[in-house]
Design a binder for this molecule. Structure first.
Ligand code: AHR
Length: 498
């Protein structure tokens, strides 16, 4: 081994939990995410469980989805929940003005969403309507979902077939209220937030974690004003940041791109670290004990839609580049585990950086899905102290970024998992790993790798397994040290057992 890339891990130095909710998801009434992707209806020829398609359900169960955000997104601020309850054939139809102008039949509503969460054994995250809804509407929704006893909304819920309340922990008070959620100033939103959240009640022993609409990208004024005016009334604020290789009018292609787009995409992904650091520093001013969480409830790549598809449906392919975007983002979230306690990929199925794509009765798992699968070992594990010296840089066009990225955790059984990304599309990377503080002598090592032979390698309905994880054996063990050789453009997870 000739390169000077080194990774030193304090195997006995834990620095906080990696909350399972860092691996949460987002599903919006947008394009084919909810309808077709998740919900096909009970009468569909596609095999389903109470209307949820079985193939997608089983695949999602395998990655242990911890929490799911719904119904938007921009859709949330024009959603009126009472339109989505009661007999389906009687539900109001509306135009989804944000996303393609299509008719929304409201067949997937509160009961269907809560049922999906129960089937997935995940926590629901409801995003309420501040932009075009009322305080009463939001208040009644919470009562409908969580009140246990005699009340108008609890009775309505029972009439619609659900006697028992649901457990609801996470509630978002509006979405992107600086933009599609009402175009508000931060001062105005902070006041509105405080008014709306007052009536988001804790009924019985249900305790709601209130998520306020936080900033987009580098809007530090929004964070400052919101925290100054409202930090005592909230539990978390959100942050939205998408990786867009181009500009909004021409975001770049999901496939068929060159190395410049590869480089720019990964470089822009790394900006997540700077954004979290700066927003968190502002939050520290008002909340030095870090009681308030930063929830990255929309992240992922955003490219031009697939040619020939509805521009309002945000349907894009997903390549090994997206797998690296996911790996890098997860490492950044891990690095900020003192402040970042939840992150939601946008979105779960068929929209933006989806983990699953569907076409009729067919389904495929994207490279991003495989990263969620490989990284699920980090969920609720203890983060380990590490120092990565990525001596080699990945350079392109006169610029460079670190070639390697790493994170490590210890699970409840004492197993250590190390995740590694090599962002260089052409060159392998050699890395020496030193595990310090391990009791006993030898270690057993196994690994899984996700890589490909082209920058835009992806899975199609004809070739669904072109990019998939494989056992990794390019390592040599010496005592408690390891020497590994990471393939070009790869995501690798090592398991260390003592
Ligand atoms: O995820 C797509 C859209 O991106 C969401 O609806 C909105 O919140 C964001 O602008």
């Amino acid at each position: 081994m000739t390169s000077g890339n080194t990774l030193t891990i304090g195997a006995d130095q834990t620095i906080g939990k990696l909350d399972r909710n860092l691996y949460a998801h987002f599903s919006e009434h947008l394009g084919r995410c909810v309808y077709e992707g998740l919900w096909v209806g009970e009468d569909s020829p596609i095999p389903n469980t109470k209307g949820i398609r079985n193939d997608v359900l089983e695949a999602l169960k395998r990655i242990s989805v911890p929490a799911l955000r719904w119904p938007g997104g921009c859709f949330a601020d024009e959603y009126h929940w009472k339109d989505g309850i009661g007999p389906r054939e009687d539900r109001k139809r509306m135009i989804n003005t944000h996303w393609g102008g299509v008719v929304e039949n409201n067949h997937f509503g509160t009961h269907e969403f809560m049922m999906l969460c129960e089937l997935l054994d995940c926590e629901p995250i409801i995003c309420g309507n501040v932009g075009s809804g009322t305080v009463q509407e939001m208040s009644e929704w919470v009562e409908y979902m969580t009140f246990d006893g005699v009340s108008p909304m609890a009775e309505l819920r029972a009439k619609n077939g659900r006697e028992k309340p649901w457990k609801l922990t996470y509630f978002g008070v509006g979405n992107e209220n600086w933009g599609c959620g009402g175009n508000m100033r931060p001062q105005y939103y902070a006041d509105e937030y405080k008014r709306y959240q007052t009536y988001v009640r804790n009924y019985g022993d249900n305790r709601i974690h209130r998520i306020a609409c936080g900033p987009s990208d580098g809007d530090y004024e929004w964070t400052d004003v919101l925290m100054r005016e409202a930090h005592r009334h909230l539990d978390s604020i959100s942050l939205h940041y998408y990786t867009v290789p181009g500009v909004w009018s021409d975001k770049g292609a999901a496939t068929g791109f060159g190395e410049e787009d590869w480089f720019v995409t990964l470089k822009k992904t790394l900006r997540m670290d700077e954004l979290i650091t700066k927003h968190s520093t502002i939050m520290d001013r008002y909340d030095p004990d870090k009681r308030v969480g930063l929830v990255i409830d929309e992240w992922g790549t955003w490219y031009n839609v697939e040619p020939g598809t509805n521009p309002g449906f945000l349907y894009q392919q997903n390549t090994i580049r997206d797998a690296l975007v996911a790996g890098l983002n997860f490492h950044i979230f891990h690095d900020h585990n003192d402040r970042v306690r939840m992150a939601n990929i946008a979105q779960m199925v068929n929209v933006l950086q989806a983990v699953i794509l569907t076409e009729g009765d067919r389904m495929l798992l994207t490279p991003t899905y495989h990263v969620f699968d490989m990284y699920k070992v980090h969920q609720d594990a203890e983060r380990l102290e590490l120092r990565l010296v990525s001596e080699e840089r990945y350079s392109f066009g006169g610029e460079s970024i670190a070639k390697l990225s790493a994170s490590a955790s210890k699970d409840a059984e004492g197993r250590i998992h190390i995740s590694l990304c090599n962002v260089d599309p052409s060159n392998a990377a050699e890395l020496s790993i030193d595990l310090r503080g391990l009791a006993g002598g030898g270690i057993r090592v196994s690994g899984t790798e996700l890589t490909a032979n082209a920058m835009d390698a992806h899975n199609t309905f004809e070739q669904p397994d072109r990019v998939k994880p494989a056992p990794f054996s390019e390592f040599a063990v010496e005592g408690t040290s390891l020497r590994v050789k990471l393939s070009p453009m790869s995501v690798t997870v090592l398991r260390i057992e003592g």
